[in-house]
Design a protein around this ligand. Sequence first.
Ligand code: GLC
Length: 430
Amino acid sequence: MTDFIKGDSSWFTHDRFGMFIHFGLYSLPARHEWIQRNEEIQADVYRKYFNNFNPDLFDAAAWAKAAKNAGMKYVVFTTKHHDGFCLFDSAYTDYKCTKTPYGKDILREIVDAFRNEGFKIGLYHSLIDWNHPDFTIDAYHPLANHPDREALNSKKEMTEYRKYLHRQTEEILTKYGDIDILWYDFSYPRLAKNGKGKDDWESEKLVELIRSIRPQILLNNRLDLPGSGDIITPEQSTPENPIVDENGAPAVWEGCQTFSGSWGYHRDEMSWKSEKQCIDMLINHVSRNGNLLMNVGPNARGEIDSRAMTRLNDFGRWMRLHSRSIYGCQAAPENFKEPRDCRYTWNPETGKLYLHFMNWPSSYLILPDMQGKIAYAQFLHDYSEVQFVENNSSVLHGNLAVRAPQNSVTLKLPIKAPDVTVPVIELILK
Ligand code: GLC
């Protein structure tokens, strides 16, 4: 395997929480970002969304503020999605925002506004392109079931598409200042007939190009080129355990998640996750060494709708009081065994351990194997002291004597859960 240059992930594993933004022509039909494929819409029909693309209320500064208030530290923005529409002023196509009624370079506004709020900048770029004339029709393509599929394909030159992909990569990495993450999407070499992978993208060359422009950039793992990525990117699922690399060492990973069942704006989608689910997700990622990249799909006027804003505010309310258990934190060393219904995160720099209650136990909680290790314990939301007893077999719970196992510590808790979505206790260790 080639020895690939690796990017600098130190800021990334510190910051832990980012905003994914899916914005594009699909925001108009508002029926999922794969609508062109799902409804097999021909290019000339899909064109109506291009002709009517005019997000008059788009305010990149407002998006950046919303992300900042939620506690997010970096952004990953769609420069181009599978439909091929470019949200930046590319020199190599007219299928771009500057040619729509909106007329302006959206990516420029995004990078300026988010940098202004201190964000690191990530760019999502689709490897797939349903608009490019030389991109061969495969099973994911809107023309997959076209009767003349093979005849159409025989005229296509993937080498031309490859050139386009490489040139646009160079554009987005050179024309918009320092880019911190490049997030390609995606490869499917095993898909029967015209499936696409590293040979189709010329991934090795692409990686060389990227590293020659920005050696420290973080690259995700969707180029079908093992070893070339810095970040593993599970999607819509939360791993049970920390993800490890080929050698069993902890890997850098980032789970990308949606508030509801679509990445692009979906007006009628109703499966929105609750506040509790969202906060749990963030904790579940960090407690397993992961980052959370939380997606918003702004609507066609360029606004993050009230459902998404509500959840961003929920994150913000919780993060205002608890970000200390997220930033700079990771999975706790294995000798700290998580108590029932709890998650630990750990800050290796301060040595502090954070106990998250995914379910409130009421009145006490036994921490296994913690005898003699805790100097002080406090809730994060109000810094109120949490009293504890060491290895004591007779903590009173009403009239019931509770047996604490050897070497444990028992925390004395209020019967009623504190009024925060997920309470956190900071354990200051000896
Ligand atoms: C999938 C989908 C895509 C979405 C991406 C985010 O690969 O194709 O619509 O952008 O996931 O990870």
